[in-house]
Ligand binder design. Sequence first.
Ligand code: HEM
Ligand code: HEM
Length: 192
Amino acid sequence: MTDSAARRDGAAAGAVEVSCATAPVRVWDALVRLAHWTLAATVAFDLVRDDGDRLHRIVGYVGAGAMVVRLLWALVARNHARLAELKPSLQGTRAYLRAGAPRHVGHDPLGLWMVWLIWALVLGLGVTGWISRLDAFWGEDWPIDIHAWMADALLACVLVHLLGVLGMSWHWRENLPASMLTGRKRGGDARR
Ligand code: HEM
Ligand code: HEM
């Protein structure tokens, strides 16, 4: 083989390697995306329409339901949605931060804490909203006081979540909001 032919072959092999390494990978399946955008829309709606009327209550239960479906899905899913990918770890978070927050294809260890906090608050809002309407708690202020406090905490978490998504999009030079729409991310330097 001549030098130039060898160079051509080498370049072609390199091209194949590069295109395989950066080919898009499926990360968020349809159920994860549907549950995410349902949760986002219902939370945003209830934070604005906060008078506790029938519509507020129905929309709130739909959001909590979307979250429960997502968590049940984690029990059977085999992709990045599975429960094994949702286990937060202090040690993993420390190592991740020490390494300069390297790119993750699934949830990164730091963002995972916020995901669980948001889910816990949505569950708490569903429960406190429900018990505030029970006859047993008629005249009691504390269920709705806790509900209001959790709603404020959720608003703060959502703002941090959005800052996190934008910050990591910039840090990794990757459009994370688009990945939650299409379900795809680029392959390559993925950790998991
Ligand atoms: C994502 C879920 C939810 C969010 C973000 C949310 C948010 C809020 C907010 C911000 C308020 C106003 C609190 C205040 O007085 O300062 C409120 C009130 C209330 N919410 Fe929710 N909520 C959610 C789910 C629910 C659910 C599932 C119920 C079911 C019963 C519910 C029932 C109520 C009631 C009864 C009030 C009291 C209204 C009043 O008397 O002033 N909420 N909610
Ligand atoms: C009230 C609004 C929102 C709530 C409550 C919320 C909540 C969540 C939750 C619970 C997850 C975990 C998803 C899962 O594993 O099932 C998540 C992930 C994500 N959310 Fe949101 N979200 C909201 C708004 C948004 C918006 C407006 C965007 C886009 C600008 C966004 C972008 C993302 C992305 C990109 C991820 C995946 C993060 C990653 O790559 O690890 N979210 N969000």
